[in-house]
Design a protein around this ligand. Structure first.
Ligand SMILES: NC(=O)c1ccc[n+]([C@@H]2O[C@H](COP(=O)([O-])OP(=O)(O)OC[C@H]3O[C@@H](n4cnc5c(N)ncnc54)[C@H](OP(=O)(O)O)[C@@H]3O)[C@@H](O)[C@H]2O)c1
Length: 331
């Protein structure tokens, strides 16, 4: 029997700094080393039909051309109108040079078969490039630490693409409070979104508060603790969010999967989670769960205790030669 799609009116929305609305949850599209572009594309099609409207893309995920076929197909089949979709993409670290941002976005628009994206992000705040699929010890000898001046040269290019109407909003990703303090006063157009790692064992409370204080909407990546993340991003000390006592207890009391607890919690914290899945049952459950059964105050309080300061995407492949360790990336 065909599964009924979710009624759009049931999906909560979040209000952006300019009063516009965006869906409270999206779908990630980073297939990493286990989901092929074709598998991701099929999931995006199923997700649109089920009711997802927000998709988090990036050129470095290597699947924008396949996903673009689906956006066109879904619009031409009348499943959705372009204006109802919220599509984001990101400029990769090897496209921070003069003129590069526009070229990178042009390729993304061509691949995604779009006239504009809803938000374009600076994926990482430095130009440090690593080859896709490299191992954890890989270092780029040309890598450099964050410099506000260098970042602003990229951001000014972002502001121009916003002026040109090629992106409705612009955003930053993998930022810290000191980096934001250094660049926000210099921005002519402020970021509408900050994309950050966010799951019960890594709650980034100060950064979250900082975003709210500045009218910036947080988007949470790895909201389920990214169980299938690349091997280079796994260390023996990492915890598994869906196995944490606090998460498991809330899930067991409600008779739902711990992954769904993570998503409800994120949405109720005011963060837009972007869970990835190519499994129809899972991605349907992920969207459905935010339309029903709010967590109680006591459950939210219990989940706050799941904090373990466990950063999963440490970014060590972006380190510069003199850096001591991955913590240097995060101030
Ligand atoms: N800005 C950045 O630097 C950055 C960094 C990392 C990620 N991201 C974005 O964030 C997105 C999400 O992060 P992520 O993909 O690393 O991790 P994630 O969403 O935390 O976890 C995804 C994994 O969880 C499984 N899963 C999904 N729903 C489930 C459910 N209901 N029950 C059980 N398992 C479930 C999926 O497996 P199945 O496919 O089998 O369901 C998938 O392997 C990415 O796709 C990407 O768009 C951005």
């Amino acid at each position: 029997m065909a599964v009924m799609e979710i009624n759009q009116e049931k999906i909560p929305t979040v209000r952006l700094f300019d009063g516009q609305l965006a869906p409270c949850i999206g779908m990630g599209t980073f297939g990493s080393d286990h989901a092929s572009p074709v598998k991701v594309k099929e999931a995006v099609y199923g997700a649109i039909r089920y009711g997802y409207r927000f998709f988090d893309c990036a050129s470095v995920y290597g699947n924008e051309a396949e996903i673009g076929e689906i956006f066109t197909k879904a619009v031409s089949e009348g499943i959705v109108r372009r204006g109802e979709l919220f599509i984001t993409s990101k400029v990769w670290n090897d496209r921070h040079g003069k003129g590069d941002v526009l070229i990178s976005l042009a390729q993304t628009l061509k691949d995604l078969q779009l006239d504009y994206v809803d938000c374009y992000f600076v994926h990482w705040p430095f130009p440090n490039y690593h080859a896709p699929g490299c191992d954890a010890d890989s270092r780029n000898p040309g890598a450099k630490p964050f410099k506000a001046g260098q970042f602003m040269e990229v951001w000014q290019q972002m502001e121009k693409i916003a002026d040109m109407g090629l992106s409705r909003y612009i955003g930053m990703s993998n930022m810290t409070i000191p980096k934001l303090e250094a660049v926000l006063p210099l921005c002519r157009i402020k970021p509408a979104f900050i994309e950050m790692e966010f799951h019960p064992s890594f709650q980034q409370k100060e950064l979250l508060d900082y975003c709210f204080k500045h009218g910036i909407k947080p988007i949470g990546f790895c909201p389920l603790g990214s169980p299938n993340r690349p091997v280079r991003d796994k260390t023996p000390d990492d915890v598994v969010d869906t196995e944490l006592t606090e998460v498991v207890n809330v899930a067991a009391a409600r008779g739902i999967h711990p992954a769904l607890v993570c998503l409800k919690w994120a949405v109720q914290k005011g963060v837009i989670p972007i869970p990835f899945s190519t499994n129809e049952k899972n991605y349907q459950a992920n969207l459905r769960c935010v339309t029903e059964g709010l967590l109680k105050k006591s459950e939210m309080e219990l989940l706050e205790k799941a904090e373990r300061n466990c950063r999963l995407v440490k970014g060590q492949v972006f380190l510069w030669p003199e850096a001591k360790g991955w913590q240097d990336l995060w101030d």
